[in-house]
Design a protein around this ligand. Structure first.
Ligand SMILES: Cc1cc2nc3c(=O)[nH]c(=O)nc-3n(C[C@H](O)[C@H](O)[C@H](O)COP(=O)(O)OP(=O)(O)OC[C@H]3O[C@@H](n4cnc5c(N)ncnc54)[C@H](O)[C@@H]3O)c2cc1C
Length: 313
């Protein structure tokens, strides 16, 4: 049985950062990371459409909305403990050059998520933190004993960084629940928080590949649950784009198990105009020598063919 002061389970972004921070503050401590996939950081490589959006200069409380009854201040302690500037200083220290785009999003200079993983991986090796890949943890016993499919490990402390259940093909199938409940922990209901929306309406499929910059709102009956602005993309399955991803969390919360109450997405393609202004403009256009097909020419905001939207923090 191999023994370490600290064992970190999961070599994703959280596990690798935990290992490095631990060694930075306690260089004498021995630490190891156990990872069930053949390689560390597989999800990290998929982030930001393969570019890894590592931070956002505009990140802050205003970028988060919560459902009624939830604590809207829940993000404040995290931002206070680890501001964006500290995050960038951490990566700069590891040798990662970054660039900031107009919308405040920060990416590695070379637009490669692999560069982020490389600096974390190399720094772990430089700090003598072994990463045991293809080592799936099956149970944890207080004390601490960690059983894996490659034998047992012992540690004085254990850090669980097993990820959630998003993109299970990248190694995260929700193993934490089975590991935590024997230790007395409970898990709350899990639901998607940042995802595309499948729609029953045939309209998005007819407009597949078209995008526009406007507003999307999610309604249940006559109640607007939330609205968001930005680029909306029509797809064969339904809707995508940053505002839709933002609203998806509320869709998942309000549309759980049967019996389900239908949700509606309302799209505003011309939010700068009132409905009266649009009616008046359409009436005026009817007097112009437009064919029905050309009647909307010049009205579109950013319509056009688009590749599918990738999830981008
Ligand atoms: C498509 C996509 C794009 C994204 N883009 C961005 C972005 O641009 N910017 C951003 O900030 N965030 C982005 N995110 C979110 C971001 O990827 C996650 O928040 C982040 O990866 C979570 O890191 P983690 O270390 O907690 O979990 P993970 O990265 O999921 O790591 C958990 C690790 O634990 C391992 N593991 C699980 N079970 C076991 C077990 N039993 N034994 C051993 N190991 C185990 C897994 O194999 C995995 O390697 C994106 C997410 C997705 C799905």
């Amino acid at each position: 049985m191999q023994s370490f002061d600290v064992i970190i389970i999961g070599a994703g972004a959280a596990g690798l950062l935990a290992a490095l921070q631990l060694k930075r503050e306690n260089p004498a401590i021995s630490a190891a990371v156990l990872e069930k996939s053949p390689r560390p950081g597989r999800k990290l490589l998929a982030t930001g459409g393969g570019r890894c959006n590592i931070a956002n200069r505009r990140a802050g409380q205003a970028a988060y909305f919560t459902a009624a009854g939830e604590n809207p201040d829940f993000v404040l302690p995290a931002f206070a403990a680890y501001p964006v500037a500290d995050d960038l200083a951490f990566f700069a220290d590891l040798g990662l050059l970054t660039k900031e785009e107009e919308d405040g999003k920060i990416y590695p200079l070379g637009d490669q998520a692999a560069a982020v993983l490389d600096v974390l991986r190399l720094q772990a090796a430089a700090n003598n933190v072994p990463i045991f890949t293809e080592t799936a943890v099956t149970s944890i016993t207080p004390g601490w004993r960690i059983a894996t499919d490659k034998g047992s490990f012992a540690a004085r402390a254990v850090i669980l960084a097993l990820g959630g259940v998003a993109s299970p093909q990248l190694g995260t199938a929700g193993d934490f629940a089975a590991m935590l409940s024997p230790l007395g922990h409970k898990t709350t209901r899990l639901y998607p928080a940042l995802t595309q929306l499948k729609c029953q309406s045939p309209l998005p499929k007819a407009l597949q590949g078209v995008k526009f910059t406007g507003q999307a709102a999610i309604w249940q009956g006559d109640k607007c649950l939330a609205e968001a602005s930005g680029e909306v993309l029509f797809a064969a399955y339904g809707l995508s784009g940053p505002p839709v991803l933002q609203l998806s969390r509320l869709a998942a919360m309000h549309y759980p198990e049967p019996p389900r109450r239908a949700l509606t997405v309302r799209l505003d393609l011309l939010p700068a105009f009132t409905i009266e202004e649009i009616r008046a403009e359409l009436a005026r256009r009817r007097t112009l020598p437009f064919t029905l097909e050309d009647m909307l020419s010049g009205l579109q905001q950013a319509a056009g063919a688009a590749a599918d939207q990738t999830l981008d923090g």
